[in-house]
Design a protein around this ligand. Structure first.
Ligand code: FAD
Ligand code: SIN
Length: 523
């Protein structure tokens, strides 16, 4: 199949749908998602959206908190833009039907998370993302200009490389003409030509063995953009959430929201000691990189695979009312959080880096935009402040939409693009190799490129990655494509970027902590 649309959006999370809803007022939009449309990281967001609603909070405080969490590497202008525009974008989300919790006085109830100096997290119980995706999807499905197609896997974006031209990474004149997308009904690779392509493919948590991310989070957009020679940045900053539920074998790991620590939950080691004061005066509510490293250190000192979050001192009724999802989940595995400590362990959670974009969400490839977790805007620096990512996606998708709307009518389709050619390729009969290699990759990343790193570990990771890269490329070059092989290739590409950028960073800062470099002091 060959189709032409004004706007091709890859991804149906908060970033993709927000952009789609805005540009759909002006042209035809196709949104593709590789699984069911609601199967996104967005759906699993628990804590909420950080937004300045009213005094005594202020933009200045939220900006300062973001800069401090980012350990000196945020782009201040971007931080100011996102924070100051956040309220308007959240109002829009509410106008589109999203329901956030209110207190008894009818004002929005604002939660607290690590690194925030004020209560400023809008939420819907402990299932904020589910509520957001419900509202956005309902609206998108009703829009006459949006075609939402589920189960379609984008393989590569199309550039002049596909016309036979040589494209180099620092070339300023690379153009995107759409994407090749795998059609699950026919098994064919469809050519989708688009005036503007938006990558909103989310994060890459599945490069690691344990992650809070759903299986769709395999860094596809980042890998596609990198292969097309777009600039990718800050990939060394992988955020590990301090508290995922320790429940061996469960994939993805169930998140125990930081909002529970904001509510008064206390971290305890296996000896029962509340240890956070030894690591940071902000204790449980220090920025995430600090809490995660503290937990990692305690677990190593004790030789244990997890520690605990204690909520037993909190008001039981309020606890269940505010965190019904966590209560039910823990109860389902035999833990009553009113009476028992929750076993927790850090897990890969958020990709701070990604496709480099300017303030309009434009990548370094013309007519290719990126928003949400797959992008690198400069907001997060070396460590994302909790609940700033949903906000970032809203603000950047808005900017990208405004810019796209102003430009798309002057862009013409490139009709010369050839269809996907798989002549001479054979069916891949070694599916098991793909599964095994994916597991191997996740083990490499978890063993050598995790919370604490070193030059030696990173080099080990790189050596091993190079081997599986060569094997997988060989398989790819001779096989008729299948989704799992493409995903594996993307995971390898993204892992390579994480390792290479980690090797290039000769300091310990934020989420990149190396035993070879003393930690940077942040003022
Ligand atoms: P996603 O919501 O992940 O959507 C990605 C989309 O891309 C999906 O539709 C997927 O199918 C599609 N896709 C990917 N690859 C392809 C491909 N090759 N072809 C076709 N489609 C493709 N952030 C906060 O701010 N507050 C929170 O409380 C919060 N809690 C979180 C809790 C959990 C458990 C997790 C995992 C994350 C949480 N985050 C939170 C982070 C936040 O949810 C994500 O960063 C954000 O939702 C990402 O949105 P997105 O639109 O960029 O991507
Ligand atoms: C959480 O609820 O703890 C996750 C929030 C986030 O990742 O921003």
């Amino acid at each position: 199949m060959r189709e032409s649309v004004d706007f091709l959006v890859v991804g149906s999370g908060i970033a993709g749908l927000t952009y789609a809803l805005k540009v759909a007022e002006y042209g035809k939009v196709m949104v593709v998602s590789k699984a069911l449309a609601d199967e996104t990281s967005t759906k699993y967001a628990q804590g909420g959206i950080a937004t300045v609603m009213h005094s005594p909070d202020s933009y200045t405080k939220h900006i300062e908190d973001t800069l401090v969490a980012g350990a000196g590497l945020c782009d201040r202008e971007v931080v100011e833009m996102v924070v100051s525009e956040g309220h308007a974008r959240v109002d829009e989300l509410i106008a589109w039907g999203t329901d956030f919790d209110k207190d008894d006085s009818g004002s929005y109830a604002l939660g607290r998370e690590g690194g925030h100096s004020m209560n400023r997290i809008l939420h819907h119980k402990d299932a904020t993302g589910k509520e957001i995706i419900r509202a956005l999807l309902l609206r998108a499905k009703r829009h006459r200009n949006i075609e939402l197609i589920e189960g379609y896997f984008a393989i590569d974006i199309i550039t002049q490389h596909h016309l036979g031209n040589i494209v180099r990474r620092n070339d300023n004149n690379i153009y995107c003409y759409g994407a090749y997308v795998m059609n699950p009904k026919t098994g064919d690779i469809d050519t989708i030509l688009a005036k503007i392509t938006m990558l909103a493919t989310g994060g890459s948590g599945n490069t690691y063995r344990t992650t809070t991310n759903p299986v769709v989070a395999t860094g596809d957009g980042i890998a596609m953009a990198y292969r097309a020679k777009a600039q990718v940045a800050n990939m060394e900053f992988i955020q590990f959430h301090p508290t995922s539920l320790y429940n061996p074998g469960e994939k993805p790991s169930f998140l125990i929201t930081e909002a529970l620590r904001g509510f008064g939950g206390i971290l305890r080691n296996n000896a029962g000691e509340s240890f956070m004061a030894r690591y940071d005066e902000r204790k449980e509510l220090a920025p995430r990189d600090i809490v995660t490293r503290a937990i990692d250190t305690e677990m190593k000192l004790e030789g244990k695979s997890h520690l605990f979050l204690d909520c037993t001192h909190l008001d039981s009724n309020e606890l269940i009312r505010e965190f019904p999802g966590i209560y039910a989940k823990c109860l389902s595995i035999g833990i009553d959080i009113r009476k028992e400590w929750i076993p927790v362990v850090p897990a890969a959670h958020y990709t701070c880096g990604g496709i480099e974009v300017n303030k309009n969400g434009e990548s370094t490839i013309h007519n290719l935009y990126a928003s949400g977790e797959c992008s690198s805007t400069g907001l997060h620096g070396a460590n994302r402040l909790a609940s700033n990512s949903l906000l970032e996606a809203l603000v950047y998708s808005h900017h990208a939409a405004q810019d796209s709307i102003a430009r798309f009518e002057n862009i013409t389709f490139c009709e010369d693009i050839p269809d996907w050619d798989d002549e001479g390729l054979v069916l891949n009969e070694e599916m098991i190799l793909i599964t095994q290699t994916q597991r191997e990759l996740q083990n490499i990343m978890s063993s050598y490129v995790s919370i604490v790193r070193s030059d030696l570990r990173l080099q080990r990771a790189l050596d091993r990655l190079q081997l599986i890269y060569r094997e997988t490329e060989e398989l790819y070059n001779k096989s008729i494509l299948n989704k799992d092989l493409c995903v594996l290739r993307n995971l390898i590409n993204v892992s390579y970027l994480i390792v290479k950028m980690a090797q290039q960073r000769k300091e310990s800062v934020g989420l990149h902590y190396s035993t070879d470099f003393p930690p940077k002091k942040v003022l």
